[in-house]
Design a protein around this ligand. Structure first.
Ligand code: SF4
Ligand code: SF4
Length: 414
């Protein structure tokens, strides 16, 4: 890959997607993306005529765009168009979820197949030739076609995460590792601290030239799979994923020291330091008034690393199966890096997860094609009570209701 044009270290553009509905009308999204990139000097600083561009959305699993679990196709489509305007010869779209997924189904349900067809982009498979690529202390399988990419643009969804607090710019890069190998990484780096440090290594090794964050509707609460969509109406862009994540952490009411991944990145001088952070754009005022609800399992990060595996045997925040939905396909059992999910000999469906083996990596949740696995936390009762009594930050709208709420651009009469 060729190096990107220099932009100010630590600059994060934050723009408002002013469609007035919290939705993803294409023209409004395209305008917000263009405005964000203009603050960085325009996309032409990154993409030059004749180049091959990879857009890497977060395609967590085969989930519809309105579930706010995956990057919305409108934003990806806007970027494809802008890349074409800059003269890109080829625009590729690719991501690889952790579990076993049919790629055709993944692309169709997440809306990427439609974007590719509309905009003559190419969907890239992660099932072909792979190349071992050095990532920190190990080598990871990355698709061979990645070597042909001139410009790597990461397009994450802003989501909360049970273990890493936040999944956005840096963690999105982990999706470049082909399929099941990601589950094995969870086995090797099995505490929040170890995983966070490893994710910084992966980000450093495969560092994108540009990150454009879909925070038009974020996911709060029990992300990355079971949270609540929360309209924020924001697009963020930065040449530095660390800086982008620091700004996103603010939306959770956190500073970088409270997010292990950011602590590691700052300690290792991988991206901008907090002192170098600079936010620009009409969305900046929203950063101080919008608050995403973090995962109620965030307390797991406070467990000292040497005690983590011992303590989590006793926590009840563990994946649970909805047997009304589960069809016994077995994908979760095959995906689990710890082989912690037995098959019930009678029903052929997943049995009780072994607390002694489970490392709370959430790969099973990610892998289930029927969304039959969710995670509950001991704090869920308190959260439900607080939401009912309207104490503290209000819960976002449910998966079916995507209207504005307190702390959103809509709710503030933007
Ligand atoms: S929980 Fe999901 S992945 Fe696991 S067996 Fe049931 S349907 Fe398949
Ligand atoms: S059962 Fe536990 S260790 Fe296995 S995939 Fe699920 S969360 Fe990870």
């Amino acid at each position: 890959m060729t190096p990107a044009a220099p932009v100010s270290v630590g600059t994060v553009a934050v723009t408002v997607c002013s469609n007035g509905t919290g939705g993803y009308e294409f023209d409004a999204v395209a305008a917000a993306v263009r405005a964000a990139l203009d603050h960085l000097g325009g996309l032409a600083r990154f993409v030059h005529p004749g180049q091959t561009v990879l857009l890497k959305p977060n395609l967590f699993s085969a989930r519809a765009p309105d579930e706010a679990v995956t990057t919305h196709p409108s934003l990806v489509r806007a970027l494809v168009r802008l890349c074409r305007e800059c003269g890109a010869a080829r625009v590729w779209i690719g991501d690889s979820p952790a579990g076993h997924h049919e790629e055709e189904q993944l692309w169709a349900i997440t809306g990427m197949a439609e974007v590719a067809a509309q905009e003559s982009a190419e969907l890239k498979s992660f099932t072909g030739e792979i190349v071992p690529t050095a990532c920190g202390p190990t080598f990871l399988p990355v698709p061979a076609w990645f070597r042909e990419v001139d410009v790597f643009i990461s397009v994450p969804k802003l989501k909360t995460h049970l273990l890493t607090t936040l999944t956005c710019a840096m963690k999105n890069v982990f999706g470049m590792v082909a399929g099941q190998a990601k589950a094995m990484c969870h086995r090797r780096f099995s505490s929040p601290q170890a995983m966070s440090s490893f994710l910084v290594d992966v980000y450093s090794a495969l560092r994108p030239h540009l990150t454009v964050v879909d925070a038009i509707v974020a996911l709060e609460g029990q992300g990355p799979a079971n949270g609540n969509p929360r309209p924020l109406g924001l697009v963020l862009a930065s040449a530095d994923g660390v800086a982008a994540d620091m700004v996103c952490a603010r939306l959770l009411g956190l500073n970088f020291t409270q997010v292990p991944m950011l602590r590691c990145a700052v300690a290792q001088r991988v991206g901008a330091t907090p002192g170098e952070l600079r936010t620009v754009g009409d969305g900046v005022p929203v950063l101080s008034r919008a608050r995403l609800r973090p995962s109620s399992a965030r307390y797991l990060q406070a467990i000292p690393e040497p005690l983590f595996h011992w303590v989590i045997r006793f926590v009840s925040c563990r994946p649970r199966f909805d047997y009304d939905i589960c069809n016994g396909c077995g994908i979760c059992m095959g995906t689990c890096p710890q082989k912690a999910i037995p098959r019930d000999p009678d029903s052929r469906r997943p049995g009780k997860i072994s607390a002694g083996l489970c490392i709370l990596c959430m790969c099973c949740v990610e892998s289930c094609p029927r969304h039959a696995i969710s995670v509950r936390s001991p704090l869920d009762f308190w959260n439900a009570l607080r939401d009912g009594l309207k104490i503290g930050p209000r819960k976002g709208p449910g998966k079916k209701g995507m209207g504005g709420g307190e702390g959103t651009c809509q709710g503030r009469g933007r």
